[in-house]
Ligand binder design. Sequence first.
Ligand SMILES: Cc1cc2nc3c(=O)[nH]c(=O)nc-3n(C[C@H](O)[C@H](O)[C@H](O)COP(=O)(O)OP(=O)(O)OC[C@H]3O[C@@H](n4cnc5c(N)ncnc54)[C@H](O)[C@@H]3O)c2cc1C
Length: 490
Amino acid sequence: MAQPTELEYDVVVVGGGNAAMCAALSTREKGARVLLIEKAPADARGGNCPYTGGGFRFTHNGAEDLKPLLADPSVLDGREEEVSPYAAQDYRKDMLERTGGLTDPDLLDTLITESYPTVLWMAREGIEFELGGSARDSGGRNLGGRIGVTAAGSGPGLINMHYAAARRHGVDVVYETKMLKLLQDSHGAVKGALIRDKEGVQELHAGGVVLACGGFEANQEMRLKYLGGQWERAKVRGSKYNTGDGHRAALAIGAKTAGQWTGYHGTPIDLDAPDTGSPDSVDRLPRRSYPYGIMLNLRGQRFVDEGEDFALNNFVEMGSKILKQPRGIAFQVFDSKVEALLEPRYGSASVVTAQSIEELAQRLELNPPVVEKTVREFNSSIQEGVFDSSKLDGKSTKGVTPPKSNWAQPIDTPPFSAYRVTGGITYTFGGLKINTRAQVLDTEDNVIPGLYAAGEIVGGFFYFDSLRASGLMHGAVFGRIAGANADGTA
Ligand SMILES: Cc1cc2nc3c(=O)[nH]c(=O)nc-3n(C[C@H](O)[C@H](O)[C@H](O)COP(=O)(O)OP(=O)(O)OC[C@H]3O[C@@H](n4cnc5c(N)ncnc54)[C@H](O)[C@@H]3O)c2cc1C
C-alpha cells in the first residue's frame, strides 16, 4: 500500500451525482476543504442523475413559494391562484402509500421538513429550476402540486449545473478515482479512504467521509445475491458505475443495513436495450403497454395477468416476472385494434408484424401450434363487457390461466405485432442505516464517527416501490445535511 500522501482535506465526498454534489457544496459553504471523488470519467459523471427527469418533490404553499426557485418567475404571473400547494401530510401519505407504510419515520420527517429549504438553498447555490411536469399543465387545475419544479435541462442539466456550482464554490473534483476502502483510526473513526486513480492506489486522509456513491444496480453479483437469481441478467437502465462499492466498504467496517435489500425499481424494457444505460436512449426503452395485449414466454405461453392493474401501478414487478421466464425474455403481442393505445416510445422499437398468429409465431421463432392454441384459448375466455382504457374496466377472462382481469379483448384483428422485452433495473432500495444527521450507524446503533451517507446508498426510504421525484429530493436533503456535519465541527 502506498504511504500516506499530503492529500489532506476536511471532507472527502465519494460519488459525483446529485447527493454528492449537495454534500460537497454544503461542506464548502462552511468554509471546509472538500474533495469530491468520482469513479466515472468526466463524460459519464453524475451516476444516475443525468438519467432522471430532474424533478424534485417538496412541500410548498403555492405560487409564492415556487417563484424564488424559478429561473423565470414571471411564468407564474397572473396564474398564482392556479397553483395547488403540496402539504406535508400529503407528502407523507403519498410516500407511505407507495412503500407499504415502511419508510423510516425519522428520515421521512426530515425529508419532508427539509425539502423546501433544500430546493431553496439549491437555487441560491446556482441550480436553475423550471415549473415541474405537472406544473406545466395548462389545464390550470394542477399547477404546482407534487413535483413543483424540475431542474432546467432535466437530469443532464442538473448535473452540469451542479458541477458548475462546485467549480464556482471551490470544490476540488477528481474523475476516474475510485474509493476502494474506508480508513479508520485506532478508535474506529473514519479518517479517509483508500482510493485508486490513474497514479495507482493511495490513501486519502480527511476529517470525515460522505458516501454518496449510489446503489448496487450495476453489480451483477450483488443483484444475484440480494435481489434474486432472475436479476442476474437484467439490463441496467442507468450508470454502469453504481456497483455498491460504498455498501461493501461500509459493511466491512461494521455499518448497519437498512431498508429493503431485496427491493429495486425496474421495468419491462426492450430486449435490444444496451446492457448498461445511456442518457440519450433511456426514455425510449421501457415497454409498458402490456395491459392492452398479452405476453408470451419462449414456450409460447402466457404467464401473467397482463390486465391486473394500470401499468403505472405494476410495471416494477412486471419487469421481475418477465425475468423469471425462460432466458428472461417475453413477447408483448397486440392486434391492430389497440395499436393507437401503445405508448409513443414503442415507435422506436424493432417490431415484428404478421397477418396471422401462425406467421407471427414463426417470425418470433416460437412454436406456431402452441402460440395459436394460447391465443385461441385466451380469445374464447373473454367475457362480455365494454373495453375502456381509461379505467379498470373489469372486462376480463374466465376459465383461462393466468386470467386477465381488465382490458381483455380478443387478439383477432390483423396485422398483429410483437415486441421482444426483458427486465431492466433502474436502481436499488437497500442501503446503510443513517440517523437524521446523515451519520452512518453500526450494527449496535452507535454512530460510526466520521462516516456519513446520502442518496441511493441510504436504506429506509423505499420499499416495494419508490415515490417519483423523491429520490433526488432525499439525496439533496441528506447530502446537504451530511456535508454540513462531515467536517466534525457541527
Ligand atoms: C432511468 C432513471 C430514471 C430515474 N428517474 C428519477 C426521477 O425522475 N426522479 C428521481 O427522484 N429519481 C429518479 N431516478 C433515481 C435517481 O437517479 C437517483 O435517486 C439519484 O440519481 C441518486 O442520486 P445519488 O447521488 O445517490 O446517486 P447517483 O446519482 O447514481 O451517483 C452515484 C455516483 O457515485 C459514483 N461512484 C460509484 N462508486 C464509486 C466509487 N467506488 N468511488 C467513487 N465514486 C463512485 C458514480 O460514478 C456516481 O457518480 C432515476 C434513475 C434512473 C436510472
